[in-house]
Design a protein around this ligand. Structure first.
Ligand code: B12
Ligand code: SF4
Length: 458
């Protein structure tokens, strides 16, 4: 991997990349960046195209108040504007909002931009599609003649829905990099050629990817890292295998070089691992990578909001993670009812759980920075089972963190979710929002959620 920073080229097509708004009951910049879209920006730039970027979730837009008093390690709240609850969710007693920059700022920014030759829009959570739709509607009003391609996770998981509802001219599913280069050629008449001079780009070899173009942001306050793609496990509630089939890792050296690049050039101190399986094959991947990071001696921190595998934690990698500066550690535990868990996943045994906690504690990790995710709201799950897991995690001296279940199409659990939900999940992705607990079992309710919170903090 390397940075693609070619100068603006005359006569090359202009590609505008856009990160859309989020419409939801709640949203927070919990180290969330559109890494996929910014990687495409870099690949296109490397192939001789001119790219520009607009982020509807920009917390550092020029119209925003200058200081963000809530920013910690780069995290912080999005601006929000009240929106109407979507059709079918009027009964939910919570306010729906559009998160991100004001609509008129986005319109002004688009109007100030020369007409692009192609617009690319990304998408993340399936249930955030109303934000994607509104973003596309506005782009289409301002640039009606410019072709617009939608890609990303919603586009991949809900392809037919996106084709019918998003307003995009073309929807690309999957990783879509080669398809995008072909479409760019077809739609702009320009043949993308790798101009970087570095290693020839190969979509299957992660070390040949340029670094995501975080330099297009107004601020580079933290950097998400992807050191691998895919996951060797196959949990019934997760779409990792569908989104990224197979399991690939970067070389530890290329990750160390990327960290060095962002730290030296942009003074970045917070790095966030987005991997689904950071610690898998640890002896050849995480261990040399962490050793290399420690050797550099930088004053930097690491965070794993997407969770790491408990069964892969060893004495060695726990010590290295601590020494390297891992400050927010999240563990994928989901439940402590180990004897019943084979119907949902096989990723942690009771032995793995206990061993991992012991290794982490003896490495120096403390309760306040070590959290184990517990899934709540799974089809058929009882309230007592979630409470029992909270209690068990607390007894071990780490922090339980409740994550609410979102049903995801193309996962093994999807059919169970559809059968158990009080909503027609297949009719509209909006009903898969975790905030409405789509598969909760009665008497699961808002009071139940408060009781979980009380138990966590008691
Ligand atoms: C990192 C991550 C997070 C981060 C934040 C990510 C972010 N950017 O905001 C954190 C940890 C905060 C997070 C939180 C959650 N996440 Co999450 N997350 C991921 C993860 C692991 C990676 C996403 C990512 O950035 N990938 C990296 C880039 C490179 O890939 P990409 O975006 O897909 O882009 C590629 C292609 O899609 C394509 N592409 C992208 N855009 C475009 C545009 C065009 C035009 C084209 C042609 C192509 C294209 O090109 C890229 C090529 O590499 C995915 C799983 C996965 N492996 O994808 C889950 C995933 C997206 N999360 C998921 C879930 C469930 C959650 C939570 C709800 C968990 C919970 N219960 O609390 C929360 C929700 C947070 C919220 N605010 O509501 C689900 C999705 C659920 C859904 N209904 O859609 C996923 C799929 C995991 C799963 N369980 O299966 N998540
Ligand atoms: S281990 Fe994690 S990333 Fe892998 S399939 Fe299970 S939930 Fe998904």
């Amino acid at each position: 991997m390397f940075i693609s920073g070619l100068p603006v080229r005359k006569n090359s097509p202009e590609i505008l990349l856009i990160n859309p708004w989020i419409h939801d009951f709640a949203a927070y910049d919990f180290w969330a960046k559109p890494v996929g879209l910014l990687t495409l920006a870099s690949i296109l730039r490397q192939h001789g195209l001119n790219v520009s970027y607009m982020d509807c979730l920009d917390r550092f837009h020029h119209n925003m108040p200058k200081t963000d008093p809530h920013a910690r390690n780069g995290r912080g709240p999005y601006l929000k504007t009240r929106a109407l609850n979507p059709e079918g969710l009027h009964d939910v007693n919570r306010n729906f909002s559009r998160y991100g920059i004001k609509k008129r700022w986005f319109i002004e920014d688009l109007r100030a931009t020369p007409r692009p030759d192609l617009v690319l829009v990304t998408s993340l959570m399936t249930y955030w599609y109303p934000g994607v739709k509104e973003t596309i509607e506005i782009i289409k009003e301002i640039f009606p003649k410019t072709p617009l391609i939608l890609g990303g996770i919603y586009a991949t998981l809900c392809y037919s829905h996106a084709l019918q509802q998003s307003g995009a001219d073309i929807v690309v599913k999957g990783q879509g990099i080669e398809e995008l280069l072909e479409l760019t050629k077809k739609l702009t008449g320009f043949t993308p050629v790798n101009k970087q001079g570095g290693p020839e780009f190969n979509a299957d070899i992660l070390d040949t990817y340029p670094y995501p173009a975080f330099d297009l942001q107004h601020q580079v306050n933290y950097v998400p890292l992807i050191t691998s793609k895919g996951c060797p496990f196959a949990c019934s509630y997760c779409a990792s295998n569908f989104l990224n089939p197979g399991f690939k890792q970067r070389s530890p050296e290329s990750v160390i070089q990327e960290i060095e690049y962002w730290h030296k050039k942009y003074k970045v101190k917070d790095f966030v691992f987005y991997d689904d399986a950071l610690l898998v094959n640890s002896a050849n991947h995480a261990v040399p990578m962490l050793e290399g990071i420690i050797k550099k001696g930088y004053n930097i921190c690491f965070h794993t909001p997407n969770a790491i595998h408990m069964r892969e934690i060893t004495e060695t990698n726990a010590i290295l993670m601590f020494k390297a500066g891992f400050r927010t550690l999240r563990l994928g535990l989901e439940t402590t009812l180990f004897e019943d868990r084979s119907s949902i996943d096989r990723k942690v045994t009771e032995y793995d759980f206990k061993k991992a906690v012991t290794c982490l504690k003896s490495a120096g990790f403390k309760k306040n920075n070590t959290g184990a995710y517990l899934l709540a709201g799974l089809p058929g799950q009882t309230i007592d089972s979630v409470k029992a897991s909270i209690k068990t995690v607390k007894q071990t001296g780490i922090t339980p963190i409740i994550a609410y279940y979102t049903p995801i199409p193309h996962t093994e659990m999807w059919s169970r979710a559809v059968a158990s939900s009080r909503y027609d999940l297949e009719s509209d992705p909006i009903f898969t929002n975790k905030a409405i607990l789509p598969c909760r079992l009665d008497p699961f309710s808002w009071e139940t959620i408060s009781s979980f919170k009380k138990l966590v903090f008691s």
